[in-house]
Design a protein around this ligand. Structure first.
Ligand SMILES: [Zn+2]
Length: 354
């Protein structure tokens, strides 16, 4: 692993009640020089419908910025937005939405060199502050592209409280999964006689700890939303500092990628798929998974594969596919090959939640 020496940090991470109604005040506090610059709000039609009042208010805050409803979370869409931004001398892109919107807006800002302000409507995974965008492309389902991280991240606690609980659970899953990701990162470093980045490692570990050891388990409390927002952003920054997704992505993510790529009919959000991968990954790593199972249970995150329509056969096949889904990514799957008996046992244990 090569040492990554250059990285950016966001100027602002504001987690406030009704933050979307006073985003101009927040921006004035942190990055006053962008006030008055031409801005573009990027969101999706259905979100603009649901959050009309808030999104219109944000547009007013930025000089009646145009509100663009993107049509797809694709590379072409990001390029089209970037082209508009360059042609119309727009300096600021404000992404308001979930992962699809935020990844597209982030990449559009990256190629047009605009300032990017990220305003998530849910906390479903750690891509909100990561240096990657996952976009649809023709020919290949989705691609992960490197890009700049946001300049500002503004989280409206009221918005997250009202988001579907499944999205917050997904964010919790993506955060707790850092436990097995960090183990795999160390293992990969050992095998290639290199080092993990200490600071990136520490940030990702802190992200995990903050949610795993959190006393406040009420997912709709402002305290918890603040903790989860910070945890997801810390994960993104760990990736930025490491210059790779390794601090946040190990064998449990390979399992999630295997579901995405080979079982598109299984409708499970990224963070939940990753949570389902974390328990077996922990067991493959030769560690006790009862702490992780207990943590998921306290948040009410169901880790039974059966609940998501994953059968024993599919589960075994998903782990087989996980071995080859990202060639070159060294994880515990390069060291152990669980047999069908062990996989069935893990499946039953997860179904029973013990
Ligand atoms: Zn993830």
């Amino acid at each position: 692993m090569n040492r990554h020496t250059s990285f950016d940090l966001p100027i602002c991470l504001a987690v406030e009640e009704d933050a979307f109604f006073h985003s101009d005040d927040i921006i004035k506090r942190y990055i006053p020089d962008i006030i008055g610059q031409k801005a573009l709000v990027v969101s999706e039609e259905f979100l603009i419908g649901i959050y009309k009042e808030k999104i219109t208010d944000i547009s007013h805050d930025f000089g009646d910025a145009e509100i663009l409803a993107m049509e797809s979370a694709s590379f072409d869409e990001a390029v089209a937005i970037a082209k508009k931004v360059c042609m119309e001398d727009i300096r600021v892109i404000i992404g308001i939405g979930g992962g699809r919107v935020l990844d597209t807006a982030k990449y559009a800002a990256h190629i047009s060199k605009a300032v990017y302000i990220c305003m998530p409507t849910s906390l479903s995974n750690d891509s909100l502050a990561s240096p990657f965008s996952v976009l649809e492309t023709t020919g290949r389902a989705r691609r992960t592209l490197t890009c700049n991280i946001p300049t500002a991240i503004i989280v409206d606690t009221n918005m997250i409280i009202n988001a579907p609980i499944g999205q917050t659970l997904s964010g919790i899953g993506d955060t707790i999964a850092k436990d097995t990701a960090l183990y795999d990162w160390k293992l990969a470093a050992r095998r290639s006689s290199s080092q993990t980045e200490d600071f990136a490692y520490a940030l990702s570990r802190m992200s995990f700890d903050s949610v795993y050891h959190c006393d406040q388990k009420d997912m709709q409390s402002r305290v918890f939303i603040r903790i989860l927002s910070r945890a997801l952003v810390m994960g993104g920054l760990a990736m930025e500092i490491a210059g790779s997704s390794r601090p946040c992505s190990g064998s449990e993510h390979l399992f999630a990628h295997a579901i995405e790529e080979y079982y598109p009919e299984i409708k499970v959000s990224h963070g939940i798929a990753v949570a389902l991968g974390t328990i077996p990954a922990c067991i493959f790593q030769g560690r006790d998974a009862s702490g992780l199972i207990g943590a998921f249970r306290t948040y009410g995150l169901d880790v039974s594969p059966e609940s998501y329509g994953i059968t024993k056969d599919m589960f075994a096949d998903m782990w087989e596919k996980a071995r080859t889904v990202r060639p070159g990514r060294i994880t515990i799957l390069d060291e152990v090959k669980p047999d069908r008996v062990q996989l069935d046992e893990i499946y039953s244990r997860m179904t029973e939640g013990v």
